[in-house]
Design a protein around this ligand. Structure first.
Ligand SMILES: Cc1cc2nc3c(=O)[nH]c(=O)nc-3n(C[C@H](O)[C@H](O)[C@H](O)COP(=O)(O)O)c2cc1C
Length: 318
């Protein structure tokens, strides 16, 4: 069996498959449908300081090549997370990464600070695709604010890897990636969902009660691959910061694509609604691919994509 283990900012993962935040709750809801012990790591639903009911329905609609969601960060809040979910997470057979969201600097700092002392939490992922209550501007689209947020959170989380999850809803994702690395992020994850809309033509109304939502699934995969490739080459490779690639990963071939583009690990989200065991199947496919290609370590694949400009010119003509 080839060695599928990867090193994610100091976290030794048995394989590179993670779950995408928000697509499989707090873990045990999925215990009957996938082998949790075969995940590289489990990533929780976003936790906020206060409990949130989320948006009104309809908050999920299917689209032709993916899904649109406007869940609105429905979650149990920090206190109930600590009391109700952490005892269960202590029994998880794989590392647990807690995804944290907030609407102010203080929100993020308090919730992430609470994770520092929990031995069952291997790392924290920051969901920065949330508007700030003070001015309504999204944290993840402002490089200066993102750098400051990353730095403040890293201060209260000195012993655990901090993964910052980038929003694709920006003009140039390498600018926000650079800002988070300068702020002290240990790893990057990308991408979150793309702001989008679907219309019920019979009612002439938006299909989501929230009007807009986040698009995920196969429809976004090629854009996500492009973003991972750009961030890897422009920022992450030289900074030595690993990337978790996500956006439409369904099968092992998608995982290989993300790794060739520069991802050290991959996360599976929307595909879990179709096949909850897909991360386990992706591992089997990766092992077979490595054998066939004679790849000994998965890390040898990371960023090994060859672009035309990388190759020496073979043409005899100048
Ligand atoms: C129903 C649903 C809920 C989501 N909730 C969260 C969330 O709470 N926090 C977060 O950071 N991302 C959330 N996401 C985004 C996913 O984690 C992921 O970044 C995105 O869906 C792209 O991956 P995919 O195409 O494999 O689903 C959610 C996505 C979906 C489909």
């Amino acid at each position: 069996m080839p060695d599928l283990s990867v090193n994610l900012a100091g976290l030794r993962l048995a394989n590179p498959t993670l779950t995408c935040s928000g697509t499989c709750g707090y873990a045990f809801e999925y215990a009957d449908f996938m082998d949790l012990s075969r995940l590289g790591a489990f990533v929780t639903k976003s936790i906020t300081r206060e409990e949130r009911a989320g948006n009104e329905p309809a908050r999920i609609v299917e689209t032709r090549a993916g899904m649109l969601n406007a869940i609105g960060l429905a979650n149990v809040g920090l206190e109930r997370f600590l009391n109700e979910k952490v005892p269960l997470l202590r029994q998880m057979p794989c590392p647990v990464i807690v995804n944290v969201a907030g609407h102010s600097f203080d929100d993020y700092v308090e919730t992430c600070g609470a994770m520092e002392g929990l031995d069952c939490v291997a790392g924290v992922e920051l969901n920065v695709s949330c508007p700030n209550v003070k001015d309504g501007l999204t944290f993840g689209t402002h490089p200066g604010r993102l750098k400051e947020l990353t730095a403040q959170v890293k201060k209260v989380l000195p012993s655990k890897p901090l993964i910052v999850k980038l929003s694709p809803n920006v003009e140039d994702v390498t600018v926000t990636a650079r800002a988070t690395v300068e702020g002290g992020a240990d790893a990057l994850s990308l991408v979150n969902t793309f702001t989008a809309m679907a219309i019920d033509i019979h009612k002439r109304r938006p299909r989501l009660a929230n009007v807009t939502g986040g698009l995920s699934g196969p429809a976004i995969k090629p854009i996500a691959i492009h973003m991972v490739s750009r961030v890897y080459r422009a920022v992450a490779k030289s900074a030595g910061v690993p990337i978790v690639g996500m956006g439409g990963v369904q099968v092992w071939q998608d995982a290989v694509e993300f790794m060739l583009a520069g991802a050290t690990a991959v996360a599976v989200g929307t595909a879990l609604f179709v096949d909850p065991a897909s991360p386990n199947k992706i591992c089997d496919g990766l092992a077979a691919y490595m054998k066939k290609q004679g790849v000994e370590k998965l890390s040898d694949l990371v960023g090994s994509l060859e672009l035309p400009g990388d190759q020496p010119k073979t043409s005899p003509y100048p």
